[in-house]
Design a protein around this ligand. Sequence first.
Ligand code: HEM
Length: 180
Amino acid sequence: MILTPSLRKLALTTHVIFSIGWIGAVLVFLALAATGLTSQEEGLVRAVYLVMDLITWWVIVPLALGGFLTGIISSIGTRWGLFQYYWVVIKLVLTLLSTIVLMIHTQPIGQLSVAAASSAPFGATLQKTQLQMVIASGAALLVLIVLTVLSVYKPRGLTRYGQRKQRKDIETLTIRPAAH
Ligand code: HEM
């Protein structure tokens, strides 16, 4: 089903807000994760991990799910389709993978925030998890930037399904008798 021009604009606006918002939130997360890893101030480190857990659940997860959902609507509701262009398929796969990896990381993020909230000293045992947060958010940022570049440049490549569909659409148009 193709969206009307005004609904398409609404879907695209929402999609850009969610997906580009996701990038901004991951940037903030990366800054916090780097501070948590390198700072010597225990109070600051604890605060950082408490905030990271909050922004994960209240900002990053909703933006990721919203970006994914509005991306699907913007695809099936327009001539782009979901499986006709490689750039859309790549976005679908990378966004899906990024969202799954994000959901897996909510567990170690939760671990860090529980440790930050407890009165026990912030142990060296968590250092690996702290480093993991910096690496994961840096990698997520790179993937999200690649997705944005793909979205704006929209490389032409059609999938096999896309080629078949376009051929069929042209045939339907040429076979249809002229209206009197
Ligand atoms: C984090 C992930 C994503 C980012 C950063 C992102 C970013 C963007 C941006 C900036 C645009 C506007 C481009 C323009 O109009 O010039 C756009 C459009 C679009 N996106 Fe995404 N997107 C993401 C995920 C997805 C997903 C999962 C899909 C679906 C598989 C998708 C499908 C589309 C489509 C079809 C358009 C064009 C819509 C139209 O022309 O009306 N996007 N995206």
